[in-house]
Design a protein around this ligand. Structure first.
Ligand SMILES: *Cc1c(COP(=O)(O)O)cnc(C)c1O
Length: 389
């Protein structure tokens, strides 16, 4: 049987060796603690669960979703209202908002809607691996734009070679950034709008961590930038702010033409999100903002514990970025990322992510997630402290 070439181009998981060691240790009954995965352990807020229970009991909701791939109007209006309250935007829920099965799905459908085979699509290195996979599945060509600490992990748009910029049709950006935790500024987003207009590049700003920012940082949407709606879309998700990763609901907002392109792909791919989950999503957006505040307190506490553990090995000059529920830290003594992750695993049975998993410019860093129960995190950090001696 033939498996399509487009799947063969997706890079395999790079660190099989470490993964095999982890699986073997687990099989031997070793108590492995993973700080590798970003997936909140606290439950979804009760009003969301109540809304699902109520809506799931209604037969009308058992049928294909209302307005199918676009998402029901009430959900799109709740998204527009939340965006207006949080980011001071003025979105038209009919034409500038689309329901999604999560922001990951949106990335994939965005590329199918904008890129022809062979087109160049810009993404950052390090960057979220799903962008590369989506670009390759659309038979387009990813081009890595490095992001480094000396520019706050923001790409230097002026350094993108002009022939590359000229032939690019789209660009993925993601701030607060996974894996680096970096946040954008309104000035940077203004440059992105300029760059996009100059070269005719459609922007996909993937913003599922918009609300997860520390130290009194203002949450930021790309769509708050003047002109952004002319050049791009923003993807967002209920997964991260409302502890709803398993529910599979998110949204795309922004440019009408791009939104209808994504809707056309969806129309021919899926039939949207279960109505009952959309009602639950409305409850999250309209009643659960306080939950985000509570989660931020929890993440702040964990963040401090982790920073405290690594303060001896991370240079004092390194200022940890201000967003996401990850910490992105330099390895001690510029150790190779995979060597450091292997060392921590072998000495402490704790799994951290090697920075190089996100691209060559992730080399020299490691990522830890704050989505681990406090007691487990403390146990992991005790073991790491011992391992580091
Ligand atoms: C978690 C994550 C997603 C996926 O979000 P869903 O809405 O659950 O699909 C998308 N992009 C980035 C950068 C993420 O870290």
């Amino acid at each position: 049987m033939q498996i399509a070439n487009r799947l063969k181009r997706i890079p395999p998981y790079l660190f099989m060796e470490l993964r095999n060691k982890i699986n073997k240790a687990k099989a031997e009954g070793i108590d492995v603690i993973s700080l590798a995965v970003g997936d909140p352990v606290e439950p979804t807020p009760q009003p969301v669960i109540d809304a699902l229970n109520r809506s799931a009991a209604e037969a009308a909701n058992h049928r294909y979703p209302t307005d199918e791939e676009k998402g029901m109007f009430a959900f799109r209006r709740a998204v527009a209202d939340w965006y207006s309250a949080r980011y001071n935007t003025d979105l038209d829920p009919e034409r500038e908002v689309l329901g999604l099965i999560g922001s990951k799905e949106g990335c994939h459908h965005f590329i199918l809607a904008v890129a022809n085979p062979g087109d160049t699509v810009l993404m950052t290195d390090p960057g979220y691996p799903a962008y590369r996979a989506s670009i390759l599945m659309a038979e387009a060509e990813p081009y890595n734009v490095p992001i480094t600490v000396d520019n706050g992990f923001l790409p230097r748009l002026a350094d993108i070679p002009s022939d590359v910029a000229k032939r690019s049709t789209a660009m993925f950006l993601n701030y607060p950034n996974n894996p680096t935790g970096a946040i954008a500024t309104p000035e940077f987003f203004a440059e992105v709008v300029e760059f996009s207009k100059t070269h005719g590049i459609a922007i996909c700003h993937d913003n599922p961590y918009s609300e997860i920012v520390f130290d009194d940082t203002e949450p930021l949407s790309f769509l708050s930038t003047p002109g952004a709606i002319d050049v791009g879309v923003e993807l967002n998700s209920l997964s991260k702010p409302f502890n709803m990763t398993g529910w599979r609901i998110g949204m795309a907002t922004g440019n009408q033409e791009l939104i209808s392109g994504i809707a056309q792909v969806k129309e021919n791919t899926d039939s949207g999100v279960f109505n009952a989950i959309q009602y639950a999503g409305i409850a999250a957006l309209s009643k659960c903002q306080h939950n985000i505040g509570q989660m931020l307190q929890i993440y702040t506490r964990r963040r401090e514990k982790i920073l405290n553990t690594f303060k001896e090995v991370v240079p004092a000059s390194y200022a940890p970025p201000k967003g996401t529920f990850y910490l992105w830290l330099p390895t001690p003594n510029e150790m190779n990322s995979i060597d450091f992750a292997t060392f921590i695993f072998e000495r402490a049975a704790v799994v951290i992510t090697a920075g190089s998993a996100y691209g060559e410019f992730g080399e020299g860093y490691f990522r830890v997630a704050l989505t681990v129960p406090d007691a487990r995190l403390e146990e992991a950090l005790d073991r790491i402290r011992q391992a580091l001696g």
